[in-house]
Design a protein around this ligand. Structure first.
Ligand SMILES: Nc1ncnc2c1ncn2[C@@H]1O[C@H](COP(=O)(O)OP(=O)(O)OP(=O)(O)O)[C@@H](O)[C@H]1O
Ligand SMILES: [Mg+2]
Length: 325
């Protein structure tokens, strides 16, 4: 699974030799040979999308389409038309018959990312797809057959979403047939240096510079970090080193302390959150933070409000604004 000097890793190679990662990759290869629905679980940045792509790429559908939909990225009222498609005249502005992601994925794989955010109405329709292989476009008289394998992913605790009434239990069981859970980076013994090497080489090639060398002392320092953003956080750190410190041998002192995210125990003058160079949508970020606070507080709104420094009323107002039930 790991890159060596002679073979370049395919774009969907999961780097890592830790037993925790290898167990998941092995299961992924086993299920890839079937048409089973798979639910990929794991903290943010653990490689859920990469694993899903690996399943598709090693399945018999590899030559068919790979279609992805991020259920958290669309407003609730657009999810259904985007997913199931619509007929001309189904709603104002529906000017022509338009296939949804499901129809686009016919013969291939549909990746439903952040599936926990799927609105309840769409969940009911998705269940029909999974149970009967049928999909009904908005405004269509009848359902049509689709041949699509569904892979879904979430960083959330879906059990909890079911208990909170935000996720259909029947759909949960239908999706949960084969759960693949990616371990957090801090639990993958020995993988960190392999990932650092892999990213340093790949990103140096991409940026056209010489890779920096990570000394043993620096690797040791990195191993003590918690990596709340997991592999993505590590990749971003390596990319900063490649771009700003390329060609050098790096020791722990070369690493500005704020380059390692420290969500807990941080010093007061450090920013709580670093704006990525590409910017963010503040609106979407607000929705995400509210959902995370509700997650962390087990749905307790007063506690969630405290986590966000809001009054309970303000939180309720903003939940309504983001259509969070
Ligand atoms: N084991 C791995 N080997 C190589 N690259 C990896 C590995 N795991 C993750 N990555 C890379 O790290 C980044 C984050 O991975 P990915 O987008 O799959 O995570 P995710 O779990 O879907 O994150 P999120 O929950 O935030 O959506 C990507 O650039 C991915 O290619
Ligand atoms: Mg993802």
């Amino acid at each position: 699974m790991t890159a060596d000097a002679t073979s370049r890793p395919s774009p969907f190679t999961m780097i890592g030799e830790s037993p925790a990662l290898q167990a998941v990759v092995r299961s992924a290869r086993l299920v890839a040979a079937t048409d089973a629905t798979v639910l990929v679980l794991g903290e943010s940045g653990t490689g859920k999308e990469l694993l899903a792509r690996l399943v598709h790429a090693t399945s018999r559908r590899a030559r068919g389409p790979w279609v992805a939909l991020n259920c958290a990225a669309l407003p609730e009222d657009l999810v259904e038309s985007e997913l199931f498609g619509y007929r001309r005249g189904a709603f104002t502005g529906a000017q022509a018959d338009t296939p949804g992601r499901l129809q686009q994925a016919h013969g291939g794989t549909l990746f439903l990312d952040e599936v926990a955010e799927l609105p309840l109405a769409a969940q009911a329709k998705l269940l029909r797809v999974l149970e009967y292989g049928e999909c009904q476009a908005l405004g269509a008289r009848r359902a049509e057959r689709v041949d699509v394998r569904i892979l879904a992913a979430t960083h959330r605790d879906l059990h909890r979403q079911v208990a909170a009434g935000a996720f259909r239990e029947d759909l949960f069981y239908r999706l949960h047939v084969i759960p693949l859970e990616l371990p957090p980076l801090r639990e993958r013994d020995g993988d960190l240096p392999l990932l650092v090497d892999h990213f340093a080489a790949a990103l140096a090639a991409r940026h056209g510079v010489a890779a920096p060398r990570f000394t043993a002392a620096l690797l040791k320092r990195l191993a003590t970090h918690d990596w709340p953003g997991n592999v993505r956080e590590l990749r971003n750190l390596v990319e900063r080193c490649v771009v700003l410190l390329h060609g050098r041998a790096l020791s722990p002192d070369d690493l500005p302390s704020h380059w390692l995210a420290t969500p807990s125990g941080r010093s007061d003058d450090a920013p709580v959150w670093q704006l990525p160079a590409g910017g963010v949508s503040l609106e979407a970020l607000e929705g995400q933070l509210i959902r995370q606070a509700l997650d962390q507080s087990g749905g307790n709104r007063s506690r969630a409000a405290r986590l966000l420094g809001l009054t309970r009323d303000t939180l309720l107002y903003r939940m309504k604004k983001h259509a969070i039930a």
